[in-house]
Ligand binder design. Structure first.
Ligand code: 4BW
Ligand code: 4BW
Length: 147
């Protein structure tokens, strides 16, 4: 996390504020729902990115999407978790940011999404831009104004 005055902050890029890919919990295309549910539960996050072996972004998977898929008419069919792959359930129509885009673009996008996946010019996943980062910067800015 970098600390800047407001005018300097607006000149920074999304890439300077994101959580780096190696710290982002994710699953891979080809993983089954049992594995995805394990990663989601153990990491504590409600939704995480789905990547391939080359670290390209394919979509997002959340606990709600998994549970929705295994709801039967009379019970939750947990035995299905093993046989269904994440790509059958994940959300593919998702917003993306390039790491070199201005932070202001990220501010606007996190109004409707808890986090935005960030990619480099080659389309490789580099990290996520979260609401927490935005609120932290906003909090700092307000406190500076009040001094
Ligand atoms: O494990 C956690 N550690 C910390 N420090 N905060 C957490 C953790 N789990 C949840 N939180 C807090 C954060 O403030 O709850 C908010 C909502 O979590 P979410 O959405 O519903 O799981 C968190 O807000 P945020 O940091 O702005 O993150 C927004 C969303 O971005 C999260 C999650 O879907 C995703 N995310 C954040 N960090 C992630 C991540 N996904 C994978 N790996 C990460 N490291
Ligand atoms: O159904 C949804 N519609 C829309 N427009 N956005 C949604 C929906 N479900 C999730 N979202 C988005 C929102 O940006 O994902 C974020 C995280 O959802 P959450 O946490 O993990 O279910 C949503 O962010 P938010 O609107 O700032 O809401 C933050 C959290 O507040 C939600 C949920 O725990 C709670 N919440 C919000 N609206 C609610 C609600 N709980 C019950 N009823 C509501 N109407």
């Amino acid at each position: 996390m970098i600390s800047l005055q407001s005018d300097e902050l607006l000149e920074t890029t999304v890439g300077q504020h994101m959580i780096e890919a190696d710290k982002v919990a994710h699953v891979q295309v080809g993983n089954n729902l049992e594995h995805a549910l394990l990663v989601l539960t153990k990491s504590g996050y409600t939704a995480i990115p789905v990547l391939d072996a080359s670290f390209r972004l394919h979509g997002l998977i959340g606990t709600n999407m998994i549970m929705d898929k295994i709801f039967g008419l009379e019970r939750i069919e947990f035995e299905k978790l093993e046989d269904i792959h994440v790509e059958e359930v994940m959300l593919t129509d998702i917003p993306r940011l390039n790491i070199s885009e201005p932070i202001l673009k990220g501010f606007g996008m996190v109004i409707n999404h808890a986090f935005i996946c960030c990619e480099n010019d080659e389309g490789v996943f580099e990290g996520i831009f979260t609401r927490r980062v935005v609120l932290k910067q906003f909090n700092k800015y307000i406190r500076t104004l009040n001094k």
